[in-house]
Design a protein around this ligand. Structure first.
Ligand code: ZN
Length: 246
């Protein structure tokens, strides 16, 4: 078995047996990856103590040829993001970020921008940034990196140029703004101030990192988060488990 190194964030942990666990990582090098961590629940193990969720690690794993469950051989902790552990609201926000990354990314396909986005999100949440803003940045950018950036300049249904109005209709199901002729195609489309769409565009193209301090008015922030939540529910076909808490 070939041994490989990776920079990895723990996004899920489950028990495999009395002493072993399965760890799901999002890695910079190979994207979402699962490993069997033999003996991880023993006090003395090969992983510098217990594996924990939402940690930044340097790992070594033995790649299995005929299985996607590889064998974890080393796990060195780089950052535990202690700020997350001190506040349940921040912890839930971070777990939600990990859930979205897990749901929106294909297995074993490296996308360093997603890794950096998740790492930046955990750091910002741990460092006391406003959770709603951090999550909005993650939601919009992750959607764009997954290939579902919302259509903001042209109608998502017919492709005609969006009108310059104070408020436009946005459809989560159709994937962006909809013109007056097409809005009937989605009765759930909602009115959004045009200024909010400008913000959405900047977040989608990665111009804003999770650590940035946006000064969005509370109402605009609430409107945009609601739009993003509806968009994720539409794409995934279900509501992410942690969504109701964040
Ligand atoms: Zn249209």
């Amino acid at each position: 078995m070939a041994h490989e190194k990776a920079e990895a964030i723990t996004i899920r942990l489950t028990d495999f047996s009395e002493t072993s666990q399965v760890a799901w990582f999002y890695t910079r090098e190979c994207g979402r990856l699962s490993c069997l961590a033999k003996g991880a629940k023993r006090d003395r193990n090969n992983f510098e103590g217990r594996l924990d969720l939402l940690c930044h690690n340097q790992i070594v794993f033995a790649r299995k040829k005929h299985s996607t469950l590889h064998i974890l051989t080393e796990c060195k902790l780089r950052d535990r993001f202690m700020g997350l552990r001190a506040d349940v609201g921040r912890l839930y926000a971070a777990l939600y970020a990990a859930e979205l990354v897990r749901e929106m990314t294909p297995e074993e396909e490296g996308q360093p921008e997603v890794f950096d986005l998740l790492l930046g999100t955990l750091r910002a949440l741990s460092d006391d940034e406003q959770p709603d803003q951090v999550l909005l940045i993650l939601e919009v950018r992750l959607l764009a990196l997954a290939g579902f950036a919302p259509s903001l300049d042209v109608c998502a249904a017919c492709g005609s140029a969006a009108q310059q109005e104070k408020s436009v209709r946005f459809s989560a199901a159709l994937g962006g703004v909809v013109c007056s002729k097409c809005r009937g195609q989605d009765p759930k489309s909602v009115g959004v101030p045009s200024a909010a769409l400008g913000v959405l565009g900047r977040l989608a193209n990665g111009a804003v990192t999770p650590a940035a301090t946006l000064t969005l008015p509370d109402r605009m922030l609430a409107v945009l988060r609601k739009l993003m939540k509806a968009t994720y529910c539409h794409h995934l076909g279900h509501e992410p488990k942690l969504m109701r808490y964040v």
